[in-house]
Structures are given as structure tokens and as C-alpha cells.
Design a protein around this ligand. Structure first.
Ligand code: SAH
Length: 242
């Protein structure tokens, strides 16, 4: 399946090994490690059982952006409500949606640091969030056990989800979305809506809006066209030829 498990800055190598095992048990093989504190390590291999191939093939990258740039659906996992609200999925619905989405382009499920979870700037790069239901008095699972439960839901969903029967709308990859946000930011500056002196949270709010709306690739192209037209209209010399 075209689903990556992304672990951000994992502190304990045992958790990396246990996550690899959890993945292989459930038929997942693509492990991406963003700045792991200690990898490769004996401890990770000791905890991986017969899933050492998952560790051998793990991709180590320097940023979350790099890990997810080729993905069309990126899900943040979190034990608690975040200040940034993303469309929320249960573990079960996340499994089902991941199986559907991965048929057209890679999907990433992103797991946070043992102590700090995911930071806000990690979450800003995700399209949705998933919360594993647990005891409200202590809902924080061990990292590898969270990987286990999400992988299990993906495994179950894969057995029951019928192959997509109709042409799905094509969605942009994360790198295309980031380029759009960059363009939006530049255009809003050039038309004077955003001021360099007052950065504020406007872009965060706009990201939230587009996340909810989830423009298709075609719609994103249209929006890029609107931005380009606004930029050229804002250029000082653009009125002289009218
Ligand atoms: N103190 C951190 C907890 C991190 S636990 C925090 O408050 O966010 C390490 C990681 O395990 C989390 O970042 C998340 O990826 C995963 N995790 C733990 N419990 C979870 C739960 N109930 N639902 C979804 N993911 C969970």
C-alpha cells in the first residue's frame, strides 16, 4: 500500500523498532524518520523482531516537508485537541480514508515526539488529524502502540474497502499546495492586503480555509491564475496601457 508512516524526531530507538514491527504485522513497509535522535541503532533492531527490512529501507530525512512533499493526504496523529483545528477523523475512519486516497497518490500518517508530540508548524503541513479514542484521564499512548492501532485500522480497511469505482477528482500533492500558499502570500503582499510589518495570523487562517475546502488540482490551477492576474494588475505600470 502506498502509505508512509512518518515519525518526527523520535527520541527512543526502541520505539522506532517497535513501530517497524507494528507496521510489518499490518502490511505496511514505508517508514520515514524525520531527524531521529538515535538511528540506526542496535536497540531499534532488537525491538523490530522480523521487521528489520523495514528499518533497512527506512528513509531518514531532515524535515517533515521533505517527508511529505509527494503526498496528497497527510494526517497528523494527536492525543489531544490542538489549537490548530484540522478536519478530525477517528482511527477507523482514518484507516478507510487512507486506503481510498492511497489508490491515487501517496498518503502519510505523521506521529509526534514522545514528549512534545507534533509542533504547530508540523500540524500546519497536515490535511487532517486523527485521535485514537482512549481513557480521557490518560489518553496518551506509547508512540509505537499508536502506530500499531492506526496500522491495524488501515489493514482492516484494506480488506473491506472496494476498489474505487469511479474516477476520483485529482488532488494536489503537498509540494503543490505549499507552492500555492507561497504564491498566495506573495500576491497578498503585492496587492497590499498583507503588510510586511504586520505578519499576523492571516496566512494561518487562510491555510485553514483551503484545508477545509480541499481544492482539486484543477481548482488550484484556477486560483493560481487569479493570483497571477491580481499580481499583474497591482504592478505600477499595468494601468498605463489601458
Ligand atoms: N505529550 C505528547 C504526547 C506524545 S505521545 C502530546 O501531548 O502530544 C507520542 C505520539 O504518539 C503522539 O505525538 C502521537 O503521534 C501518538 N499518540 C499517542 N497517543 C495518541 C492518541 N490517543 N491518538 C493519536 N495519536 C496518539
Amino acid at each position: 500500500m502506498n502509505i508512509k508512516i512518518v515519525l518526527v524526531q523520535t527520541w527512543h530507538p526502541g520505539n522506532i523498532g517497535a513501530a517497524a514491527r507494528a507496521m510489518k504485522n499490518m502490511g505496511l513497509h514505508q517508514l520515514v524518520l524525520v531527524n531521529p535522535v538515535d538511528f540506526p541503532s542496535d536497540e531499534a533492531y532488537n525491538r523490530a523482531g522480523k521487521a528489520t527490512d523495514v528499518l533497512d529501507n527506512a528513509l531518514v530525512v531532515r524535515s517533515l516537508a521533505e517527508a511529505i512533499s509527494d503526498c496528497q493526504w497527510v494526517v497528523a496523529t494527536s492525543a489531544r485537541d490542538r489549537s490548530i483545528r484540522l478536519p478530525a477523523f477517528s482511527a477507523e475512519t482514518c484507516g478507510k480514508q487512507a486506503v481510498v486516497e492511497q489508490a491515487s497518490a501517496p498518503v502519510a500518517i505523521v506521529f509526534g515526539r514522545e514528549r512534545m508530540g507534533l509542533h504547530n508548524d508540523d500540524i500546519q503541513q497536515c490535511h487532517a488529524q486523527v485521535n485514537i479514542d482512549a481513557n480521557p484521564e490518560y489518553p496518551v499512548l506509547n508512540l509505537s502502540q499508536a502506530v500499531q492501532l492506526i496500522s491495524y485500522e488501515i489493514f482492516k480497511a484494506n480488506q473491506t474497502t472496494p476498489p474505487a469505482s469511479r474516477e476520483e477528482e485529482a488532488y494536489p500533492l503537498q509540494e503543490d499546495l505549499e507552492r500555492f500558499y507561497q504564491h498566495l502570500d506573495e500576491a497578498l503582499h503585492s496587492i497590499g492586503f498583507l503588510k510586511p510589518a504586520q505578519p499576523g495570523q492571516t496566512m494561518d487562517h487562510l491555510r485553514a480555509l483551503f484545508r477545509r475546502a480541499r481544492p482539486s488540482s484543477k481548482e488550484l490551477k484556477l486560483l493560481r491564475g487569479v493570483l497571477s492576474a491580481a499580481e499583474s494588475a497591482a504592478k505600477p505600470d499595468s494601468r498605463s496601457d489601458k
